[in-house]
Design a protein around this ligand. Structure first.
Ligand SMILES: Cc1cc2nc3c(=O)[nH]c(=O)nc-3n(C[C@H](O)[C@H](O)[C@H](O)COP(=O)(O)O)c2cc1C
Length: 509
């Protein structure tokens, strides 16, 4: 494929953000805003927020871009309920990665090296009261794993330490951590480039942990060829249509410098950690680059970028586990309010007894981050908090339907753990009806009447045909009112001809 065929604006963040205007999904603030006020504004506005003049440089900044399932679904050209099937479909398609010459890569329209490359010239704001410093938060790292030659892609926040240094959190197990440790053990720095500002689809790819060349994963999720360009000061290849790239390396000293605290993705602070340091060697960007920030911690987890991305990652992992564990999974929902990961809801159609329990066991083990699993029959809408609360209230007996197990690998960030604990407990809530439960009236959900019955000349004639519910008698006699049916039944009762069965149907005695 020739580079002339590539539309470098199709998957650009700015194009996506501009496409949100007028949709009710974005708020645009044209007035000047200090960096000090950005965090508060983002917390107040659940929509995407596009600030047109931030700080003394009057920079453009966008946040909360993917912080809603509806916006992520838009990015994938689908609806919120069809997001998971669409992501799963795209994961199965393959598209090429196309390297373009540096002169043609929009992300290298401006190249800043040496003293011109300055992290403190970017519109980076303090996100939470106790954060160690302003963080670049929407930073997607690209690094080459020498063992495979593949490019690893993830998200890693960057704590500003100066013009050309930032702290990187590499404590949790991840592919980048493993690649970095292998370099540090040999006393070698690891070249890394961070993309700041790219299409939401690329951001979803970054949070997936799959054993593949993740540049190919970006292409798959775009459902289009991925144009990449080699960085100016290292060998890493990044999307050529991104907004801005921070090139550099993680030095070989290992986990030695203080990083944090930081408002983390479970809604609480993570403390000060010892972590590696990123050294900036170049900034490249589009001439009209749009800088992006990602929301993460606080009380409004349901409206953060990090939770929304975590939701997709969790739902993909859970769905894949369910596909092998049970016959007919119907839907999966990881709640954004639990950080996109701790609380997972599953709807399934049980074909044999015990499948709800198999689903719980499969979901327990498919991700360390999943803690509570709620399994329902397909009639419950798992995307509705109200319906899930109703199912928990009415279909669950704690001594019969609760599965509790402990000793699992867990997330040390979970504040409910005792300090220093490395393992944690998981609970499964089986909210399905007992298998083969023959449709007791007390378990049938009331619906508005549908008036579905063959017609008869009278209520009596209808009952001669067999027992009928009141609504059937209305339909049978074409009643659009019902009260004349009451009167006809009253007459039959007075004549000693009327009876009821245990299902509440009327019948002739
Ligand atoms: C906005 C955002 C910021 C993140 N920051 C970090 C981070 O600083 N450190 C970390 O270990 N994981 C972080 N994560 C999670 C990782 O990006 C995620 O686990 C990813 O799959 C790791 O990729 P890898 O295993 O291929 O390296 C972040 C996720 C998001 C959405």
């Amino acid at each position: 494929m020739s580079t002339a065929d590539i539309d470098f604006d199709r998957f650009r963040l700015r194009t996506f953000v501009e496409g949100l205007t007028g949709s009710g999904e974005i708020e645009v603030r044209p007035e000047p805003v200090d960096l000090a006020d950005v965090a508060r504004l983002l917390e107040e506005v659940p929509r995407a927020l596009w600030l047109r003049q931030v700080g003394p440089e009057r920079a453009e900044l966008v946040g909360n871009v993917v912080a809603a399932r509806s916006r992520l679904a838009r990015a994938f050209g689908t609806t919120p309920d069809a997001l998971l099937p669409e992501v799963l479909r795209r994961l199965r398609v393959r598209h090429p990665v196309v390297e373009v010459p540096q002169a043609e890569a929009p992300v290298q329209q401006v190249v800043l090296t040496g003293a011109d490359a300055d992290l403190t010239a970017l519109p980076v704001h303090l996100q939470h009261e106790l954060d160690g410093a302003p963080y670049i938060s929407a930073s997607m790292d690209f690094a080459i794993d020498p063992a495979t030659g593949w490019t690893n892609v993830g998200f890693r926040r960057l704590m500003l330490r100066g013009a050309r240094e930032a702290g990187v959190d590499l404590v949790a197990p991840s592919d980048l951590r493993a690649i970095y440790l292998a370099h540090a053990e040999q006393g070698r720095p690891l070249p890394v480039s961070f993309v700041v500002g790219c299409h939401p689809v690329d951001q979803v790819a970054a949070v997936m942990r799959l054993p593949v060349d993740e540049l190919g994963l970006l292409a798959s999720l775009r459902d289009a060829p991925l144009p990449v360009v080699k960085c100016v000061t290292n060998e890493v290849r990044v999307p050529a249509d991104a907004e801005l790239v921070l090139e550099g390396y993680l030095d070989e000293r290992g986990h030695v410098e203080a990083e944090g605290p930081y408002g983390e993705f479970l809604g609480y602070y993570g403390g000060v950690k010892r972590n590696p340091v990123f050294h900036l060697t170049a900034i490249t960007r589009r001439s009209d680059a749009l800088f992006q920030t990602a929301t993460i911690g606080g009380r409004g987890l349901a409206h953060t970028d990090t939770s929304a991305l975590g939701v997709v990652r969790t739902e993909v992992a859970v769905w894949r586990a369910l596909e092998t564990a049970v016959r007919e999974p119907v839907a999966v929902c990881a709640t954004a309010s639990s950080g996109g990961t701790f609380n997972v809801r599953v709807a399934l159609r049980q074909r044999v007894p015990g499948e709800a329990r198999n689903a719980i066991a499969a979901v327990f083990s498919c991700m360390a981050n999943v803690k509570h699993v709620f399994v329902v029959d397909p009639d419950v809408d798992i995307f509705s908090d109200q319906q899930m609360d109703w199912a928990l209230a009415t279909r669950f007996q704690a001594d019969r339907d609760l599965v509790v197990q402990n000793g699992f690998r867990t997330l040390p960030l979970d504040p409910s753990l005792e300090p220093g604990t490395r393992t944690g407990a998981k609970a499964g809530f089986d909210l399905t009806w007992p298998f083969g439960d023959g449709g007791r009236l007390e378990r049938a959900v009331p619906e508005p009447p549908r008036y579905d019955c063959p017609q008869f000349p009278s209520v009596r004639a209808a009952l001669e045909d067999g027992p009928k519910h009141f609504a059937e008698l209305m339909a049978a006699t074409r009643s659009r009112d019902g009260r004349e049916v009451v009167r006809a039944l009253d007459q039959l009762r007075t004549d000693g001809k009327l009876d009821r069965d245990e299902r509440g149907r009327y019948l002739l005695s």
